[in-house]
Design a protein around this ligand. Sequence first.
Ligand code: GDP
Ligand code: GDP
Length: 453
Amino acid sequence: MTESIDTPVTEFGPGDNFAAAAPPVVAVVGRPNVGKSTLVNRLIGRRAAVVQDTPGVTRDRVSYDALWNGRQFVVVDTGGWAPDAKGMAAQIAEQAELAISAADAVVFVVDTNVGILDHDEAVVRVLRRSKKPVLLVANKVDDQRAEAEAAAMWNLGLGEPHPVSALTGRGSGDLLDAILDILPEAPGEILEEGGPRRVAIVGRPNVGKSSLLNKLAGSQRSVVDNASGTTVDPVDELVEVDGTVYRFIDTAGIRRKVKEASGHEYYASLRTQGAIERAEVCIVVVDASEPLTEQDLRILTNVEESGRALLIAFNKWDLTDDERRRYLGREVERDLVQFGWAGAVNMSALTGRHVDKVGAAIEDALEGWETRVSTGKLNAFLGRLVASHPHPVRGGKQPRILFGTQAQSAPPTFILFTSGKMDASYLRFIERRLREEFGFHGSPIHLSIRPRE
Ligand code: GDP
Ligand code: GDP
């Protein structure tokens, strides 16, 4: 079997400014069977085979990157979700609410052949409350005749219905144009105003990544378990943790264990790398019940070098006894000193122990990652530091820090203008003091030295 990995249109490299680069998000909502998934396939312009005819295979909120007329946006498909018959309207509304809260614009799909049902009305109420731009799609208008029925959708009070046949593509070009029209001009700013933050769960095989994802997602909705052989490949998932919606990156790679006969390791590490680069914050899961491995360290180093915020999940805590914990403490001191700034949670994805702390820890790491220090404050601090702890004299000269500025956040990046080269140990000292003074918990810091010679 060949593995089809959906390569996102948007590729972020280290150092990219996420706030500026983040494409706007369009959520496709509506009751089951109106054709949301079929429409999403149209919008993303490829046959990702997301339409499921197999009952019992539940997909969940899934996002895909789309490109139209040179503009990128993300389409969130809520189509794979099948509510119970009981309290269906309420469940649909709740589901829609979650998707809408994370979106910049909403495509609301109704089935022209069936007309408006109570369940549609439930979503309309949510849409009105949300105040997000909405595009009404009258789907299954496969031919001219059905257009008259589409006009009846004006009744919903959501403006002009756009007649479309997701199945044949009829009207989909006009729809894409209309979507671009309602997308925010400067989507980057929207992200800063509360678009979903990107989280990657990474770690070597069997440490409990998928268990953690399931635990985090579990309270909100059913677990996605793709039957083998299906072509469903959700790349990212929106999951609500403590009332905040996050975009979990490349959950496909977590949920379905990619098992190629050869090159498995290579693909796994490639996938891990990709997930780290697309994320803002990474949860590196390690197995606390076993000795730390080279691979754990490689992944941690990778996160640091990519400049992402970091949370270390010491998982399988339920399997550790006092002796193992003592030994782990020594391992952490010896091998993880360099990541002393990272957040850590001792947890069990199996029992649920401290999984409730993950949400706050993610927020903490993101806060540290985005911390900005004004030039005034920074130089006042540097002035005091240099006065009390000057750089050692080297070759008859004493290099001094003349001026500093924070060039970037996410991750915090400082430029120090100095009168000469600085010892690595002195730079480590400065980093330590910067952290003591300003926080940056959970985030790597970059120091760049510009010696004036
Ligand atoms: P979802 O549950 O809203 O995601 O709906 P699906 O995309 O799974 O579609 C439900 C059914 O409607 C499938 O059998 C589709 O083939 C069919 N369908 C979707 N769009 C159209 C359309 O434009 N015309 C017709 N005739 N059928 C459609
Ligand atoms: P992944 O390969 O990193 O996604 O790991 P999985 O989530 O599939 O977990 C691998 C195995 O470890 C499964 O048998 C899980 O049930 C088990 N597991 C995961 N988390 C824990 C935990 O906190 N405690 C214990 N005892 N087992 C766990």
